[in-house]
Design a protein around this ligand. Structure first.
Ligand code: HEM
Length: 289
């Protein structure tokens, strides 16, 4: 009997259909490396604020020591992979081409939650980057969009105090709670489904074991993420705020003295911390009177 090779795809078939296998593998891989790996490092770095605001500030200086390379590294290893993963993620959700047949029974809820948390993660990451960084640094955008909408709150040389101030209030904290929890669930559950995509755990028993390990990883990462949120929140209010500003001032002075950073910089809280402290004391004195 003669066997016929499968016919080449019709030229009318879309790019997505023709490269479905490769795109799905790239989507799966990008979720773990670099996006997932970056998320773990990002949450752990933020949690260093629990050690002290000075420890967090040191980590931020280490990241910023990349100088002009920093935006290149951010785009190549963070933003482009997240955009690819998110755009193809929306294509998967929109196409409705579910691969539930590959999933064992009982995982349907997690399968749906993976899609819901993916969409929440997209909205959260977009807003979080705006809230802390402001997206674009052009002056017209800063004046007309960033400032009126309360974006770009993070100042790298006042790392913990600026992030802490930005994290005050129940609405902001509620949004961060939902965002962090969704991202963590999405990564932990995604790691489990990755094992199926790549054929790492194939038997029901192996999948059950893998599920426990991924769940434990998720719980641990959630503790790290929410501790970081709590740590920042507590530094953003007195009495810790003043101490944080003093520690940041000290490090900034040594960086300037060593010629590593410029004295006049946008990367610092606009009102000089010393004046801020003085004006706070003035206010409290006038209130006492
Ligand atoms: C915090 C950032 C994100 C991380 C760390 C991440 C990580 C992952 C991982 C590891 C997977 C498993 C891949 C597999 O099953 O083979 C996955 C799947 C998925 N992600 Fe993400 N992701 C993130 C953001 C997003 C965003 C913003 C979207 C946009 C909607 C999205 C949509 C999806 C979808 C639809 C799947 C399921 C793919 C499938 O079952 O075929 N993800 N993600």
């Amino acid at each position: 009997m003669t066997t016929h090779p499968s016919p080449p795809p019709a030229p009318t078939e879309s790019f997505l259909v023709r490269h479905d296998f490769l795109l799905r593998r790239l989507h799966s891989l990008s979720g773990l490396i670099p996006v997932g790996a970056y998320m773990v490092i990002h949450l752990a770095t933020n949690a260093s604020v629990l050690e002290s605001p000075g420890a967090f500030q040191k980590n931020v200086y280490a990241i910023h020591s990349l100088g002009k390379l920093l935006p290149v590294v951010e785009w190549v290893f963070i933003f482009i992979p997240i955009l690819f993963h998110a755009i193809f993620g929306f294509v998967i959700i929109g196409s409705g081409r579910a691969n539930t047949s590959q999933y064992p029974r009982g995982s349907n809820v997690r399968y749906t939650l993976q899609r819901i948390t993916g969409m929440i993660a997209f909205a959260f990451i977009a807003w979080h980057v705006f809230h802390m960084r402001g997206w674009i640094h052009e002056s017209w955008w800063v004046t007309h969009v960033t400032e009126p909408l309360g974006g770009a709150q993070f100042k790298p040389y006042n790392a913990a105090s600026s992030a802490g101030r930005a994290l005050q209030g129940p609405l902001i904290n509620g949004l961060y709670l939902i965002g962090i929890t969704s991202c963590v669930f999405h990564l932990a559950n995604g790691m489990w489904s990755m094992g199926i995509t790549w054929g790492v755990w194939t038997t029901p028993l192996a999948q059950k074991r893998a599920l426990r390990i991924c769940a434990a990883f998720g719980v641990l990462l959630l503790v790290v993420g929410l501790s970081a949120q709590y740590g920042m929140w507590s530094v953003g209010r007195e009495p810790k705020l003043e101490e944080a500003i003093q520690a940041e001032d000290k490090q900034f002075k040594s960086q300037v003295d060593a010629g590593l950073v410029e004295k006049e910089t946008e990367k610092r809280t606009k009102q000089p911390p010393k004046d801020a402290a003085a004006s706070r004391q003035e206010t409290s004195k006038s209130v006492e009177k």
